[in-house]
Design a protein around this ligand. Structure first.
Ligand code: C5P
Length: 247
């Protein structure tokens, strides 16, 4: 896997195939269960998210497993520590071959700069470094999210994790190239679970989100591949209006 961050960033400018926008969250307690899901989804899904649960249970093997299926990994460990530790963690993640990872913007400027510097110092492909604004399980106001996105942008991060409700305002404040990754996606008819700031796939695309993270609405379904294809069809048919330009 030799996806270069600069190439992925550039994708946001063009009409991107729906499967380039969908990231399936592998929230599983074991490598075996995650691998079973990736095996079912890999024919239609390109991106998988490895988060705290799976990485704690399976470690770097989880990343290697997704890569062995030809998938791209978003390592969602939300680093929040002193700058030196975050620097070293980002470098270690990069060496595993992850394409995207994240740090808490609340860690502050020195941490954000350490994270991006670590990515840039890698000799191989450099992972995209995204900042976590406010978790989509919390309520928040758009202004607070945009403020933290601005800080991330100023420190050189590639983008942020934010709900679609803030995507348009973030694009307006930080520019089209600045990536917005949106979890808390719920196809119509799905319950919100523990998420608060939820949106449908079509609404997220319309608002300017570049990547959609979808977990349970795909992985908890009896036919996850069909569920993924349904989400992909919704992404594909959603008009990407760049509506943030007019605001
Ligand atoms: O199952 P569901 O679709 O709610 O999964 C959402 C995924 O996105 C979870 O793995 C969660 O940890 C992650 N996430 C989030 N909010 C963030 C960052 C990541 O919900 N701000």
């Amino acid at each position: 896997m030799t996806v270069d961050a600069s190439r992925v960033t550039a994708l946001s400018r063009y009409r991107v195939a729906a499967r380039e926008r969908l990231i399936v969250a592998l929230d599983f307690p074991s490598l075996a269960e995650a691998a079973e899901m990736v095996g079912r989804l890999a024919p239609v899904v390109s991106w998988f998210k490895v988060g705290s649960e799976l990485f704690t249970a399976a470690g770097p093997d989880a990343v290697a497993m997704v890569r062995a299926y030809g998938g791209k990994v978003f390592l969602d460990l939300k680093y929040h520590d002193i700058p030196n530790t975050v620097h070293r963690a980002v470098a270690a993640a990069g060496r595993l071959g992850v394409v995207m990872l994240n740090v808490h913007i609340a860690g502050g400027e020195a941490v954000l700069r350490a994270a991006i510097e670590a990515s840039q110092s890698l000799s191989g492909p450099r992972p995209l470094v995204l900042g976590v604004t406010v978790l989509t399980s919390d309520e928040t106001d758009v202004g607070a999210v945009v403020k933290s996105a601005r800080l991330a942008r100023a420190c050189g991060l590639h983008g942020v994790i934010a709900s679609a409700r803030e995507a348009a305002a973030i694009k307006k404040a930080c520019g089209e190239e600045f990536i917005v990754v949106t979890p808390g996606i719920r196809p119509s008819g799905w319950p919100g679970d523990d998420q608060r700031r939820t949106t449908t796939p079509a609404a997220a695309i319309r608002e300017g989100s570049d990547y959609l993270v979808v977990g349970r609405p795909i992985t908890a379904e009896t036919d996850p591949r069909f569920a993924a294809e349904t989400v992909l069809a919704e992404i594909e048919s959603a008009p990407r209006a760049d509506s943030w330009r007019a605001r």
